[in-house]
Write a protein that binds this ligand. Structure first.
Ligand SMILES: [Zn+2]
Length: 274
């Protein structure tokens, strides 16, 4: 295996290990910087050997070294997923349809992946998308695209303005939409967290990217719900968090670029033909 690929995988799994901490502590409002990691059951501080991503879990056979409580496979899984997504960032389109992304785009992709993985699993666990993540994620995205346009890209394409509009339009648009739904059918439509996550998608992906993200997330979630009902994995009327579908869609757009999806999905974007 190429050494650089191995380094990216190891680096990604270490970030994944940190994201586990964020996912566990952020909704519980525990500081995730100044506190050592503990076993959630016996509260013993974990040492460096217990914290090697993926490998510790395998070597300890999924049990705490001190109290033998089973450790969820979620932890190594999130480390593994993060490392694979970090690797995919080496080949992703990001903001431009280049075949090989620049280092700046790769690193931006890693930052996006870190936000998306945290948001996805926090929403899955708690059905919330913390403002601290969606707002800071939007600001970071807008800053990166601003920096990219000012100092890195040499083309005359206007990036920042497009991304800023996508952020503002989707934030206001979805929040107003939610309010109207609440008034008209007296049930929550999308969550406000979902609106802010779409806005973050707009900040990162711009207007065309946002369009694809919205279409993809509704498409993927409908397929998921239909299959879930057929195979009786979800019940009628069961509440399913929408955030993970938006998260997956944002990454799909980042990895393949909006153009790819416009070509694949084609007719779904009917308003383009009016
Ligand atoms: Zn323990």
């Amino acid at each position: 295996m190429d050494l650089s690929i191995l380094i990216v995988l190891v680096f990604g799994s270490c970030i994944g290990s940190f994201l586990n901490v964020v996912i566990y502590r952020l909704p519980r409002k525990i500081s995730f910087i100044f506190k050592r990691s503990q076993c959630t059951s016996c509260k013993k501080n974990l040492n460096i050997l217990d914290l090697v991503p993926v490998l510790s879990w395998i070597l300890l056979r999924g049990k705490c070294r001190y109290c033998s409580t089973l450790i969820s496979i979620r932890y190594p899984l999130i480390e593994f997923i993060t490392s694979i997504l970090f690797l995919l960032c080496l080949f992703s389109k990001g903001w431009i349809d280049d075949s090989i992304p620049s280092l700046f785009i790769v690193i931006s992709g890693w930052i996006l992946v870190a936000y998306i993985v945290s948001l996805c699993f926090i929403d899955y666990d708690y059905m919330i998308l913390p403002n601290s993540l969606t707002y800071s994620g939007s600001l970071v995205g807008l800053f990166l695209i601003f920096y990219y346009e000012k100092f890195i890209s040499k083309t005359n394409i206007i990036f920042f303005f497009d991304h800023f509009c996508a952020f503002v339009f989707s934030l206001i648009g979805f929040l107003v939409f939610n309010l109207l739904i609440k008034i008209i059918i007296r049930k929550p439509g999308l969550g406000d967290g979902d609106a802010k996550l779409f806005a973050m998608g707009g900040a990162w992906l711009g207007l065309p990217g946002l369009e694809v993200t919205i279409a993809l997330s509704f498409l993927i979630s409908s397929v998921f719900v239909v299959f879930g009902l057929i195979f009786k994995r979800i019940k009628r009327g069961q509440y399913i968090p929408f955030g993970p579908f938006i998260c997956v869609s944002i990454l799909f757009v980042w990895f393949f670029g909006p153009t790819f999806w416009f070509e694949i999905l084609g007719d779904i974007f009917w308003w383009k033909y009016i």
